[in-house]
Each structure stands twice: as structure tokens, then as C-alpha cells.
Design a protein around this ligand. Structure first.
Ligand SMILES: [Zn+2]
Ligand SMILES: [Zn+2]
Length: 233
């Protein structure tokens, strides 16, 4: 096993708590020195009450969520994530998503498994954000589903994405914020949402536009609760 960032060799060490869980053990694939360059979400510092973005000053809402509050009548968001988006995470997503190194889906396997445990125990259905068919063909895999598979997390793919002419990452911030609902739910899945707790999963949370579209798409089918989670924010 090698570090997903710097390729230095790693040894697999199973902790006692992992052993006692009696479920397949998954490992993170990054070394100690690379881990020091990652910025884990620190819940001790000021952060946004909606998206948990860390804030430098004594405040409880970030600029993005402040804009959503003004723009959307039904703004509601409870987002959680593991790592702040920094240069290290940027390099990770560059290799994983854009260069398509599928093996990198394992880099944060144990972190993701740990991060999702309390949601699973609380009965949340894990729902990954979909890719459009065209995007899926181009990339060859859904990066969110792959992260979940590598972390041994069962999930339900109930959403689909319409084809769009320009992808989110190619749009300016203004264009992204104004984008129309890209998701839809199959008739079969619609009947399974009522009264359920749903946890939407994305790889990166940027402005919140994608996640908020997904919340909107699910809401008419009366889930009990919707929350969201991403590897990075
Ligand atoms: Zn490393
Ligand atoms: Zn926020």
C-alpha cells in the first residue's frame, strides 16, 4: 500500500476498535507527512451554522449561505464535511477526478467510513449526487459512488442528472448560482422517500448550488429530514 499523494510505502495497522467492529476494515491511504498538509474540519473554531465552513471572525454564517438566505425563500441546509478545501485537496481532486485515477477513491476510505457512521446508525439513507450520462461516459466512473464503495458504505442511487451544455466546473460563479434544477428522481424512487432521513453525498462542496438543487429535488416527496455531507468544503 502506498500514499495516494507522495507514493511513499504505508503499512496497514488495524486498530482495536476496527477489529471489534467485525466489519471489513478499510484503510486511509496517505502518509503522516501528507496528513499534516490536510486541514480537517475543526468544530472548535467559528463556523457557518449551515455549511460548517470555518470562519475567521466571530460569526455564524458564511458569505455563500448569507446569499442563499436572501435569495431562497425555502433555504434550509445542514451540511457536514471532513476536510477544508486547500492546495492538498485541490491536487487530490485533480488526479482523482480530472485525470481519472480511480485508485485514489481509497485514499480517505477510513475517514469517510468514520465520518458517516453516526448517520448510518441514525438510519439515514445514503444518496450520492449523480453525474449526467455524458459525464459518466467521459470520466468512466462516478467519483462519489466510488468513494462510498471504497469505504464499504452501502448507498441508494435515487437521483439522476439531466444533460447540461456546460459543466459546473467550467462556469463562472454567477453562472453556477443561477443554474436551473439539474436533477430528477425516478418514479420508483419517489415512492421510497416519504418519511425517510436522507443524507446526500458529494465530493466537494463549493457554493452549495449543487447540494441545494438536490435538497429541492427531494423535498416535494416529503422526506423526514435531509442532510448533506462532502469529503471537502
Ligand atoms: Zn504521502
Ligand atoms: Zn455556510
Amino acid at each position: 500500500m502506498k500514499c495516494g499523494f507522495c507514493h511513499s510505502p504505508l503499512t496497514k495497522e488495524v486498530s482495536l476498535s476496527q477489529l471489534l467492529r467485525f466489519s471489513p476494515v478499510v484503510f486511509n491511504e496517505y502518509c503522516l507527512s501528507c496528513s499534516k498538509e490536510l486541514s480537517r474540519l475543526n468544530k472548535e473554531v467559528f463556523h457557518c451554522q449551515y455549511c460548517q465552513k470555518e470562519l475567521a471572525v466571530d460569526s455564524n454564517i458564511c458569505d455563500d449561505c448569507h446569499d442563499w438566505e436572501k435569495q431562497l425563500k425555502t433555504f434550509s441546509l445542514k451540511h457536514d464535511y471532513l476536510f477544508s478545501y486547500n492546495e492538498k485537496m485541490k491536487a487530490y481532486f485533480q488526479h482523482y477526478k480530472f485525470l481519472g485515477d480511480i485508485h485514489l477513491s481509497r485514499v480517505f476510505a477510513s475517514d469517510i467510513q468514520e465520518g458517516l457512521r453516526s448517520y448510518q446508525q441514525a438510519g439515514f439513507i445514503i444518496v450520492p449526487i449523480p453525474l449526467s450520462k455524458k459525464k459518466l461516459r467521459k470520466r468512466g466512473f462516478n467519483q462519489v459512488e466510488r468513494l462510498l464503495m471504497s469505504s464499504d458504505i452501502p448507498f441508494t442511487s435515487m437521483m439522476s442528472k439531466k444533460e447540461t451544455l456546460v459543466s459546473q466546473s467550467e462556469k463562472s460563479k454567477e453562472e453556477r448560482l443561477a443554474s436551473k434544477q439539474p436533477f430528477f428522481i425516478s418514479n420508483k424512487a419517489k415512492r421510497k422517500i416519504k418519511g425517510q432521513k436522507i443524507l446526500l453525498i458529494d465530493d466537494v462542496y463549493t457554493t452549495g448550488r449543487t447540494i441545494l438543487h438536490a435538497y429541492d429535488c427531494l423535498l416535494p416527496y416529503k422526506p423526514k429530514e435531509i442532510r448533506s455531507f462532502s469529503l471537502s468544503r
